[in-house]
Design a protein around this ligand. Structure first.
Ligand SMILES: [Fe+2]
Length: 197
């Protein structure tokens, strides 16, 4: 089973004005596709060829950077497209809202901590809400890493590589993060992943 590029779950212009068609064309059609192709090439002849994606991500971390970087980014982007929706960022399903309040004190604090993690991630990487030790935590990781390789389960992640925001926001990463949280998050998909925990 090799990596394949999933279709976007919405039209290229559906996330405007918060994320443009041009950004999605580059990000999905070029960047994600490169992780798929480079990942398939890197996997050839390794022990991870044909294995499930999560197993490849966890198993190759710290062992095979070419496999890990591309598999990690493939995993992250598959979910990233689903963590967004047109007119997102609205009401949070009840069980998840309750868990966010328990872990952070309030939903606003959870959002604030996610934005803070993304703002302070130096260079390329991701900011996350992840389930770890029975609680939801905000985390940040460099490059293609994600909570799976740090003892957590990601339920929400935002890409803070420049390719995710530079066309629309130039260097204003905090503005991108605020718009992303307020207008793009698909909380139903976050709740679905939280429910599987
Ligand atoms: Fe990306």
């Amino acid at each position: 089973m090799s990596f394949t590029l999933p279709d976007l779950p919405y039209a290229y212009e559906a996330l405007g004005p918060y994320m443009s068609r041009e950004t999605l064309e580059y990000h999905h059609d070029k960047h994600h596709l490169a992780y798929v192709n480079n990942g398939n090439n890197a996997l050839k002849g390794t022990e991870w060829e044909g294995k499930p994606l999560e197993e490849i991500v966890k198993g190759s971390f710290g062992k095979n950077p070419a496999v890990f970087n591309n598999a990690g980014q493939h995993f992250n982007h598959i979910h990233f497209w689903k963590w967004m929706k047109p007119n997102g960022g609205g009401a949070i399903p009840g069980e998840l809202e309750k868990a966010l309040k328990e872990s952070f004190g309030s939903v606003d604090k959870a959002k604030e901590d996610l934005i803070q993690a993304g703002t302070t991630q130096f260079g390329s990487g991701w900011a996350w809400l992840a389930v770890k030790g029975g609680k939801i935590e905000a985390m940040k990781t460099p490059n293609g890493e994600n909570p799976l390789v740090h003892g957590g389960t990601p339920i929400l992640g935002v890409d803070v590589w420049e390719h995710s925001y530079y066309i629309d926001y130039r260097n204003r990463r905090p503005d991108y993060l605020k718009a992303w949280v307020d207008h793009l998050i698909n909380w139903e998909y976050v709740a679905e992943l939280f429910g599987k925990k």
